[in-house]
Design a protein around this ligand. Structure first.
Ligand SMILES: [Ca+2]
Ligand SMILES: [Ca+2]
Length: 384
């Protein structure tokens, strides 16, 4: 593989560097976003060179299965992990999601084409209803959702009507009703950044020249605003408040979060649960990093964290702020990160999930954090 890519894209985690409190200007409309309440990471103490964030400052945002809001429980065992896959999928842009709740990001006024994808032909009919913007049916399985001009969160419901078995064709089997909720976020365009700030919140400057002219390294077009105490379900087992940058302190924060990363995290979580790691989510040690923050902690300029498609994660079901003993050997060490690392290796090596391929690294315990892995969806393989 292109080891130079892997080396220059190497990643690591960080320590919060405090700065001036973010000021809120001209953003009252954003603060009114209809977001659910949830736990939000608290920025921790002062930077110690390029050290790592102390465990005490880590977000404790484990999303209990019981808090999934719109997500209907499957079966009679609510305590058990459920992938929350619908019996059909929705495609938009390069995202194909089967999950019952998922993020859809858009720029103001964008026309987003939605396609229903079924595992096999059925006689069922679908409805798409949008609370905000307009959803127009273009063909039997195609809609166009026109995003509102005003940034905010708008729910799109994609619903399949129940079908009685007709038996006349192979498509005549009975089907229950089913639905996928897209939490559509109309975001703030990055061209509104002034001196690297959005409403006083420091973001910094995204590299204007893409790494090796790769399109996935173009500057993000938009930022998701996150008000203090607010949250949004972005996939069945992850919420927006797990991903914001660790600094500077203050709200509203602005987050870049890739739908593709969420697909990879959900799939990894599902595979981990299948492997016996019973966990309702991953703890995110580091999700989005603004270019300003990323530079402040000495990370590579083209870190995938600034593009919102990278996460440093671990499993922490006992709530001590560190990785659990995933391999059951009584020790908490790199071997526990390796358990997750191996699952990602299998995913990246599989044709079925090749579209989610990316970077993968594992990190041992230090005085500041337990073991964790880095995953991203940079579209080529990178390892460290
Ligand atoms: Ca733990
Ligand atoms: Ca262990």
């Amino acid at each position: 593989m292109r080891s130079s890519l892997a080396t220059s894209s190497r990643d690591n985690d960080e320590m919060t560097k405090t700065g001036a409190a973010a000021r809120v200007r001209s953003l009252t409309g954003l603060l009114a976003l209809g977001l659910m309440t949830g736990a939000v990471a608290t920025p921790s103490g002062m930077a110690q060179s390029a050290g790592l964030e102390p465990a005490a400052g880590l977000p404790q945002t484990a999303v209990a299965a019981a808090s999934l809001g719109d997500v209907a429980p499957i079966g009679s065992k609510p305590a058990a992990f459920s992938p929350e896959r619908a019996s059909f999928s929705v495609r938009f842009r390069d995202i194909l999601t089967p999950y019952r709740v998922f993020l859809l990001t858009a720029v103001p006024g964008e026309r987003v084409r939605l396609e229903i994808v079924e595992a096999g032909p059925t006689a069922s009919d679908y409805r798409v209803e949008a609370k905000g913007g307009s959803a127009t049916r273009e063909a039997r399985r195609f809609w166009t959702w026109e995003a509102p001009a005003v940034p905010g969160t708008y729910r799109i419901s994609v619903r399949r009507n129940a079908v009685a078995g007709s038996g006349n064709t192979g498509a005549g089997r009975p089907l229950a009703s089913d639905a996928i909720t897209l939490n559509a976020v109309v975001m703030v365009p990055t061209d509104r950044l002034e001196d690297g700030k959005m409403g006083g919140y420091r973001i910094g400057e995204f590299p204007q020249t893409p790494y090796r002219d790769l399109p996935q390294y173009l500057p993000p077009r938009v930022l998701i605003p996150l008000a203090n105490g607010a949250d949004l379900q972005v996939s069945p087992h992850f919420t927006l408040a797990q991903f914001p940058c660790k600094g500077p302190p203050g709200y509203p924060k602005f987050v870049v979060l890739s739908e593709k990363l969420l697909l990879k995290l959900e799939l990894l979580l599902e595979r981990a649960n299948e492997a016996g790691i019973a966990s309702p989510t991953f703890q995110v040690l580091s999700g989005f990093r603004s270019p300003w923050y990323n530079a402040n902690i000495g990370r590579p300029r083209y870190s995938r964290h600034i593009y919102g498609d990278a996460a440093d994660i671990y499993v922490d079901n006992d709530g001590d702020g560190r990785m659990d003993d995933l391999n059951g050997d009584g020790q908490i060490d790199l071997a526990d990160a390796t358990v997750l690392h191996r699952i990602v290796e299998q995913m990246d090596g599989s044709v079925e999930t090749a579209h989610l391929i990316g970077g993968l690294g594992q990190y041992p315990t230090t005085s500041n954090h337990g073991p964790f892995i880095h995953v991203d969806t940079r579209e080529f393989r990178a390892r460290w």
